[in-house]
Design a protein around this ligand. Structure first.
Ligand code: AHM
Ligand code: MG
Length: 323
């Protein structure tokens, strides 16, 4: 089985990018260790703080964020980083080549119940024409990502990674190495599995309600087959399922906070996951346009997300178009 860095080098990955991914994995291994200790290390539970999104922070949100920040800022390749748990971007080496955005611990409402969580990351080139330190340099469309991925902390810790040439998965071995366990992941085009938080049904747009209602009608309805539903409340785990056996995952706009496009964040969740999904042959959309084409105007911008098996997402998009 091949080591992560050897695999990347043998596939002509830019050596500085390999070094940065290795740095990210140092942080993720530390987070995996902390998670494993759980209650033994007194790290479960909530802090007294809220993050910039107004959400209560778990102790492990803060710990994971601090680990990533420290390890990344020690690497001179890092020009700056932006995190779901930081109000503003943090800057590193003024001559650094890369920007990193991340959700340090996605699905953190699941920590205390010992369900899978994960770290999601996105890597961009620092623009050469923007010298002033500020959010502007981060505001690049998702198509400009040079790499993205996540580490899922489940029964095993698994890295799903794309550098723009397909998606590969690496499992953390007891030696502390990430080893290749799945190459060139492809998402099945069709599925009978959907994931959505059904409790928000009454807040959705009519088009989303119509689509899900038709899924629920099963073999007797217009879709002509019975569907199964899953909701883990951990996007990392849901996307891992979609990459592994297909499916559709959606967190759409809803009327609870009508001014916001959705719950999930473009720079820390939407863009990195969309690159993985597209690179594995799936579709990732707001229901109206490809997520990767959105030009961000805010670092903590939200986005409506629908991603997964190509034919199923195409059907969902049909429900949202006037044609
Ligand atoms: P988080 O980044 O604060 O953990 O929030 C994002 C998570 C996603 O992982 C998941 O899909 C969603 O929130 C679950 O939301 P809900 O609580 O509505 O089920
Ligand atoms: Mg998240």
């Amino acid at each position: 089985m091949q080591l992560l860095s050897n695999y990347l080098k043998h596939h002509d990955t830019d050596l500085e990018l390999v070094e940065l991914i290795d740095t990210l994995m140092i942080a993720c291994k530390e987070i995996a260790l902390q998670l494993r200790e759980g209650a033994l290390a007194g790290i479960l539970g909530t802090t007294s703080d809220t993050n910039v999104q107004g959400e209560t922070q778990k102790k492990l949100d803060v710990i994971s964020n601090d680990v990533l920040k420290k390890v990344l800022l020690d690497n001179p390749l890092v020009r700056g980083l932006a995190s779901e748990e930081e109000d503003d971007p943090v800057f590193g080496n003024p001559n650094g080549r890369f920007l990193v955005t991340f959700d340090p611990l996605d699905g953190s409402s699941n920590i205390d119940i010992n369900v899978s969580v994960g770290t999601i990351f996105s890597i961009l080139e620092a623009p050469k024409d923007v010298t002033e330190e500020g959010v502007e340099m981060f505001l690049q469309a998702g198509r400009k990502q040079v790499a993205s991925g996540y580490v899922l902390y489940g029964p095993s810790a698994v890295l799903a990674l794309t550098t723009g040439h397909g998606v590969n998965m690496f499992t953390l071995a007891h030696t502390g190495d990430f080893l290749l366990t799945r190459e060139n992941v492809r998402i099945p085009e069709e599925t009978k599995e959907f994931a959505i938080n059904m409790s928000n049904h009454r807040f959705w747009e009519p088009s989303m309600r119509n689509y899900v209602d038709d899924l629920l009608k099963g073999a007797e309805g217009p879709r002509g087959k019975n569907y199964n539903m899953r909701w883990i409340a951990s996007m990392v785990a849901e996307v891992h399922r979609v990459l592994t056996r297909g499916g559709i995952f959606t967190y759409p706009w809803d009327a609870r906070e009508p001014a916001k496009p959705g719950k999930l964040r473009l720079m820390y969740e939407g863009n990195p996951m969309s690159l993985l999904i597209e690179q594995a042959g799936g579709i990732s959309s707001t229901c109206y346009s490809d997520i990767l084409d959105i030009q961000p105007d805010h670092i903590h911008q939200r986005v409506s997300v629908a991603l997964g098996s190509r034919k199923e997402v195409e059907t969902l998009l049909q429900y949202h178009c006037d044609c």
